[in-house]
Design a protein around this ligand. Sequence first.
Ligand code: RAT
Ligand code: ZN
Length: 420
Amino acid sequence: MKDMDSALSVAQLPAVVDAVLAETQFIDMHTHLFQPALKGLMCWGIDELLTYHYCEAEFFRSAEMTPAEYFALSKAERADRIWTALFVENEPVSEATRGVIAVLQTFGLNPNTGDLRQAREFFSGRTLEQQIEACFRMAGISAAVMTNDPLDGEEAGMWKQGVAADARFPAVLRLDRVLEGWEQNYERLQQEGYAVDRSCGRHSSAELRRFLADWAKRMNPVYMAVSLPDNFDYTGDEFRSHLLREVILPACEELDLPLSLMIGVRRQVNPELRLAGDALGRADLRSLELLCLEYPRNRFLVSLLSRENQHELCVYARKFRNLLPFGCWWFLNNGSIVEEITRERLEMLGLSFIPQHSDARVLEQVVYKWRNTRRTLAPILSESYRLLMEDGRAVTRAAIERDVQRLFRGNFEQFVGRKI
Ligand code: RAT
Ligand code: ZN
């Protein structure tokens, strides 16, 4: 028998699982990174890493400075303040701050320094292309799926001039400004030649579908996406339910695109903190149930922000094959919680889910975020195979490879109907 096909012993499991996780190129199916052709949108380098809003939220807990004072500073000054408060005057033990240390170490930079001179010098000597190549290689990813907003003036302008596809960065048509900000945005659509009105009646809905079809043609997205609040209620007669029913779901069906629903965010509970000012709440998943039931020809990629919703999500995924749970999103992306959620999903769904996405906003974050994911996942997978072996099944390296491929590539590719 070949090595790949021979049954592993329990003692061999951890090393084989580690190796397979390390060798498999993952698809990062939700990020806020941008392909280089979308000039100036990709964030990278030490100042961006330090001013990541996950770090900013922690900064305001440790520093005297008010948010207003902080946001009046330049980006480099903000990064300096965060470095001093969270990395010099404290040990950076949180997930987000430890991530910065991991990035510095990966690029051979001193993580114990009092200032950012060495790091700044290093990053300013790199090109974006070099950095993409290095980060993808070190993160073990082959693609980072973008988040593309057709109503962001700067980004939309570039798409309209034509952006050549970049296989490393598949696009996603993000609909928050359409679905959550209709009142503020419908006039923009009018200016662009779509005959929509405020109440989005019948003719207007058709025009909005035309808008989505035009953008889908431009971006060739792998899915459409929207984030929704904890109190999202599809069962009632909310305006956003009307838009979903009349516009978004029919458009997704017609264009054969899944819809990603990220539910549970409470935007701007503390507006002073800007991007760091959002919180979360537990959602009522009856709305999700209804969507999956009423739209069997639509496919839903779903991530929920509340830890308390995770078990229910698994139960719903067992009822509806058009629902694919993904990732441990934002406030859930911490080792202890990822571990709990992933165990639960493996126990309830087998291999039919996507364990994680990075949500990276800064290029180098893919390095530490995927390192953390592999580190957390390795013992969980080993333990699942150990139990399986104890219960009588022979497990081979080839089987583990097939499973890891499915979790981190195959499930996504199959759901979006495209090879990435
Ligand atoms: O995780 C984040 O960075 C959040 O600010 C959000 O962008 C969230 O991931 C989202 O996609 O809405
Ligand atoms: Zn995101």
